[in-house]
Design a protein around this ligand. Structure first.
Ligand SMILES: Nc1ncnc2c1ncn2[C@@H]1O[C@H](COP(=O)(O)OP(=O)(O)O)[C@@H](O)[C@H]1O
Length: 192
């Protein structure tokens, strides 16, 4: 079936508790604002935001089966299960909801980890996930301020907060996030 935006919203919101859908609405609003500010495509930002957490509340078994059966990402299987929904979400966006645009699929795939060489759309969706109005973590106000004038600066700050949070809890860091953070710092230095 082909999904129009309204049908997509209905189908995706049914995959999660109300609170997580409220978060998604915040990510949609913020992603569109950031897209307009920084010159990404707001329609793509909206679609990626709608779908970014589609698999977040699926069981570990369901996500593992999809990752294994479709050989999506072996390394991810060795890391925190919290990371799996992004890869599974991109797969689901394509296979279930018929999204074919690779930019939208990548923005979903990398919305939690980031990647080296993030596209404008990847950055917009990932940052929107950090700073949407419902988020409340130490430093989020500062990131919202920073996001007014530096997409890379704010996103690097978001990754810093995730990395610090993981270090404080003695948890394993998925290395791609560190590489993404370093890549953003490099981009900021090149722009000085
Ligand atoms: N690089 C990483 N290494 C390990 N765990 C991570 C990493 N990045 C994120 N996580 C974990 O994944 C969780 C969910 O990430 P988050 O960005 O909040 O996704 P969502 O948009 O689905 O809310 C984080 O709270 C953190 O525990």
């Amino acid at each position: 079936m082909e999904y129009n935006r309204e049908q997509l919203i209905e189908a995706v919101s049914a995959q999660m508790p109300e609170k997580r859908w409220t978060h998604t609405l915040g990510v949609m609003e913020t992603a569109v604002q950031l897209a307009r500010r920084y010159g990404a495509d707001p329609v793509k930002a909206d679609l990626a935001a709608i779908l970014h957490d589609v698999s977040k509340y699926w069981t570990i078994e369901k996500m593992r089966n999809i990752l294994v059966e479709h050989k999506l990402n072996d390394e991810l299987l060795l890391h925190d299960k919290q990371l799996w929904h992004a890869e599974v979400g991109a797969f689901t966006a394509r296979e279930v909801y018929g999204i074919t645009d690779p930019e939208i699929l990548d923005a979903i795939r990398y919305h939690t980890s980031g990647r080296v060489g993030m596209t404008l759309l990847d950055k917009v969706v990932c940052l929107a996930d950090y700073i949407e109005p419902g988020r409340d973590f130490p430093g989020v106000h500062n990131l919202r301020e920073l996001a007014q004038h530096s997409l890379e600066g704010a996103l690097a700050g978001g990754f810093d907060s995730t990395i610090s949070h993981l270090i404080a809890r003695k948890q394993i860091i998925y290395p791609l996030t560190v590489l993404s953070r370093n890549d953003l710092i490099k981009q900021l230095e090149e722009n000085i």
